[in-house]
Design a protein around this ligand. Structure first.
Ligand code: FMN
Length: 330
């Protein structure tokens, strides 16, 4: 290695991974690890962190990795370089996702700078939203950002469809809670209060008494009847804007695309202080997912169900530090 450039390279790799780990992931499993070689960061899925019960195909795992991939790309742009992304598909190494290399210099735009600044600010919301409309033009912008990643953000304007999707999330939540394997899996990723674990959904990430919105989208039962969760905060009873992120296909590349589109839209929303709450239970029950696909998505494949709105709560989240998820020099 050219020793004169070594410190700079280390800083660059650290900066990229340090941003990528803040991507959202199902149950905060953080199902990824990274390899660094000079100015290339290789993203790998970590199948040991996949949700075997909720996500046997690894769809949500790859959506999460897609979100990390978008974050890596954005972090490269923040350094004033073009990301060169080489998607991997090696049947012998199914966890290998992509190489991201610092390419030619090109000045970072204000839009990219603003989006980058949201990476560590963005938080998943759980509960109701403040009443009122979202900033003018935001939904159009979110759709354009999803589209730029070859996914569709379908805004659900029909109140009957909102009610139907809310009911499906409740059905799915009940069905999952009746399955001991599923309940055990949630328990595995919802640590007890004051845990020092750096993954999973901690008690600072969800409310003790969830707001009851109308229609009501069921939340996950991370507290499992133990009375855990954040207390206080004002009651917010607006459901917010309901949206479904979809793709035309339903394979590995589509899931990675969905994840990139997801993170891009979430970061754009965060710029306007708009948060997203996710309700993916219905998409984890195959019959319900198929129902959502055929009835409400014009046959495109639903990958994420969510609500957007303005929240005031300060939910917390944790991450494993870059040094814990990198193999190679950092
Ligand atoms: C594929 C996927 C599915 C998710 N499903 C849900 C969900 O159904 N309910 C929920 O409360 N959060 C859901 N989340 C949000 C994660 O729990 C969240 O990203 C993680 O706990 C990290 O917290 P943060 O987003 O605040 O950084 C999902 C995230 C992803 C990427």
């Amino acid at each position: 290695m050219d020793s004169a450039n070594a410190p700079e390279r280390e800083t660059v790799a650290h900066l990229l991974v340090d941003a990528a780990v803040w991507a959202p992931s199902a149950h905060n499993t953080q199902p990824w690890w990274f390899e660094t070689h000079g100015r290339t960061v290789t993203l790998h899925a970590d199948a040991e962190r996949r949700l075997d019960v909720a996500d046997p195909q690894g769809r949500e795992m790859l959506i999460s990795c897609g979100a990390a991939l978008f974050t890596l790309r954005l972090a490269v742009r923040r350094l004033g370089r073009m990301p060169e992304v080489r998607m991997a598909s090696d049947p012998d190494r199914p966890g290998l996702i992509a190489d991201v290399t610092m390419g030619e210099p090109r000045p970072v735009t204000d839009e990219e700078r603003r989006m980058y600044d949201q990476i560590k600010r963005r938080r998943t919301h759980r509960g109701g939203f403040r009443a009122g409309a979202l900033p003018v033009g935001l939904l159009q912008s979110l759709r354009a950002h999803a589209c730029a990643e070859n996914a569709f953000l379908r805004i659900v304007a029909d109140p009957r469809v909102r009610v139907a999707l809310a009911a499906l999330s409740e059905v799915a939540e009940q069905v999952q809670c009746m399955d001991p394997a599923f309940v055990a899996e949630v328990a595995r990723w919802a640590p007890t209060p004051c845990s020092e674990r750096l993954d999973g959904v901690h008690e600072t990430a969800y409310p003790r008494d969830p707001d009851h919105t109308d229609p009501y989208f069921a939340g996950r039962d991370f507290a499992r009847g133990q009375g855990w969760g954040l207390v206080g905060g004002e009651r917010r009873e607006a459901t917010g804007v309901v949206a479904v992120l979809t793709t035309t296909g339903d394979g590995r590349d589509d899931w990675l695309r969905a994840g990139q589109a997801l993170q891009r839209a979430l970061l754009r929303a965060t710029e306007d202080d708009v948060s997203a709450a996710f309700h993916t239970q219905a998409l984890e029950v195959p019959e319900l997912r198929e129902f959502v696909r055929t009835r409400f998505c014009d046959g495109t494949y639903p990958q994420m169900m969510m609500r957007f709105g303005v929240a005031d709560d300060e939910f917390g989240s944790v991450r494993r530090p870059a040094a814990d998820v990198v193999v190679g020099e950092l």
